[in-house]
Design a protein. Structure first.
Length: 160
């Protein structure tokens, strides 16, 4: 079979690639690595970076519902928190059938600078559970979970 080319080959400059002729793009490109330590000034940029309370609530929910393995949280925990999390995760207390659990509400208290005590309400269908954890900021400015607790499993009552 013979391949037929419908267009003649265009000569290409050998010293550089052709320039882009797109009028929708700005003339200069933004820097690839922004200056570290500079504060985000736009509300959109600040909203794009999630808070550590939200990140850890989602991470802990993923582990306690069985969506992620426990060792996924190894570098995000400190002290006895990993052992407590492993003990809780064995029972998979937030695993549900059907609907996937989600974080409904998050609140926190700041006992001192560099520490947060966080509570989260976890919803799965009609069930509502409570989760509390403590975050501490290390010398490297990374947040780590240092304690975690779950509220008691709601008792099922026979319907009359």
């Amino acid at each position: 079979m013979n391949k037929v080319m419908s267009r003649a080959a265009q000569p290409r400059p050998r010293h550089r690639p052709p320039t882009r002729q797109d009028s929708r793009r700005p003339g200069s490109t933004p820097p690839r690595n922004p200056v570290r330590g500079r504060a985000l000034t736009t509300p959109e940029a600040a909203a794009a970076r999630p808070r550590p309370t939200d990140l850890f609530a989602d991470r802990l929910l993923a582990v306690l519902s069985g969506q992620r393995p426990v060792h996924w949280m190894l570098r995000h925990t400190a002290g006895r928190a990993y052992d407590d999390l492993a003990g809780l995760a064995e029972r998979r207390p937030l695993r549900t059938r059907g609907t996937r659990p989600v974080v409904r509400d998050i609140g926190y208290y700041v006992p001192r600078t560099g520490a947060l005590e966080v509570f989260a309400r976890i919803a799965a269908g009609s069930q509502l559970r409570a989760m509390a954890f403590r975050l501490e900021q290390g010398p490297d400015n990374r947040w780590r979970c240092t304690a975690i607790e779950l509220g008691p499993r709601p008792s099922r009552t026979p319907e009359d």
